[in-house]
Design a protein around this ligand. Structure first.
Ligand code: GRG
Length: 304
């Protein structure tokens, strides 16, 4: 458990960071206005600007700073490339052909508000937009071409078939069937963990960090990715849909979860173990980043 004082500090930090992320998202969407018009623009804005914790961009800027990058608007412009991918994934995940969800972040899902066809288009349009956003931000940060390429690759690999899309596919195939513990780990390493880990490595790569630091932040990201997902399953099992602002739950969709597989108490212990592993990855590499340490605790203690 984090102390009450550090909890207060973390809440203030998250709020201050969230405001900077929202501003960067507004800049990113304004730059897309020429191509994204009418119903497409409205659906994109619904999916991207509908709240959310903005955890991925916050991890990215904190990794960038921990690796010596100097903070400013361009760092947030880079970080929101991750949020564009995350937003598309949630818009598509909620579609009738996937989770068929009515509610996301306490509001109607994008397809319920804007229709299924435009939501598919809006989500698809966000994928290349995210790649271009990352490239433009790297250039603004003064990254040389090889660094820019490495950052863009980290984003697209994490979002692709070996990462998030592959994990989502495994998730859909797993509906209505009981997965083994290793199948469940593998699914979530890809579906949730890959993009969370890329959030850290993109920040480190953009700052020009040596491989040792990039690898340590990758390990931190993968550990909090798993911890985050286990915490998600715990919240799903213990909180009402209204509190979470989303429905239906994974259990209701017939999916295996850490709670269904391991039980609540073991799932909590597993989440704590992963959060501890994340912090060890930082200390092992000599990375001094109190915000990242606090965020490792936050991912398992959060209430939404
Ligand atoms: C066509 C197979 C196929 C895939 C398309 C839809 C999709 C790609 C991927 C979905 C991946 C997905 C739903 C991952 C879930 C990750 C997750 C735990 C989301 C919740 O993240 P939070 O808690 O959400 O950070 P907020 O609302 O705070 O942004």
């Amino acid at each position: 458990m984090t102390s009450a004082a550090s909890q207060v500090e973390l809440v203030a930090l998250l709020e201050a960071e969230r405001v900077r992320v929202e501003a960067a998202l507004e800049r990113a969407l304004a730059a897309l206005d020429a191509d994204f018009r009418g119903d497409l623009r409205a659906a994109v804005r619904h999916g991207v600007l509908s709240g959310g914790k903005r955890l991925r961009p916050i991890l990215c800027v904190r990794a960038y700073e921990a690796c010596g990058g100097s903070m400013g608007p361009a760092a947030y412009d880079l970080a929101v490339a991750l949020e564009l991918i995350h937003a598309y994934s949630l818009m598509h995940d909620d579609l009738p052909s996937m989770d068929d969800a009515a509610l996301r972040r306490g509001r109607p899902t994008t397809h319920r508000a804007h229709g299924e066809e435009v939501t598919m288009r809006a989500g698809a349009a966000l994928i290349p937009a995210a790649g271009l956003q990352a490239r433009a931000a790297c250039r603004a940060l003064g990254c040389p071409p090889d660094r820019t390429r490495a950052v863009a690759e980290a984003l697209l690999e994490a979002a692709g078939a070996g990462g998030m899309v592959g994990g989502q596919w495994a998730d859909l195939l797993g509906e209505g069937r009981s997965l083994s513990a290793s199948e469940l780990d593998d699914l979530h390493r890809r579906k949730t963990g890959a993009l969370l880990a890329a959030s850290l490595t993109m920040g480190a790569l953009a700052a020009g960090a040596p491989a040792k630091l990039v690898d340590a932040l990758d390990e931190y990201g993968r550990a909090i990715g798993l911890a985050f997902q286990i915490a998600d399953d715990i919240l799903d099992a213990t909180q009402a849909a209204e509190t979470l602002g989303k429905n239906p739950s994974d259990a209701a969709l017939g999916k295996s979860t850490y709670v269904s597989l391991h039980g609540l108490a073991n799932a909590r212990a597993l989440a704590q173990g992963e959060a501890d592993r994340a912090v060890r990855a930082l200390t092992g590499a000599g990375i001094r980043a109190p915000a990242l340490v606090a965020l490792a605790a936050y991912v398992i203690e959060r209430e939404s």
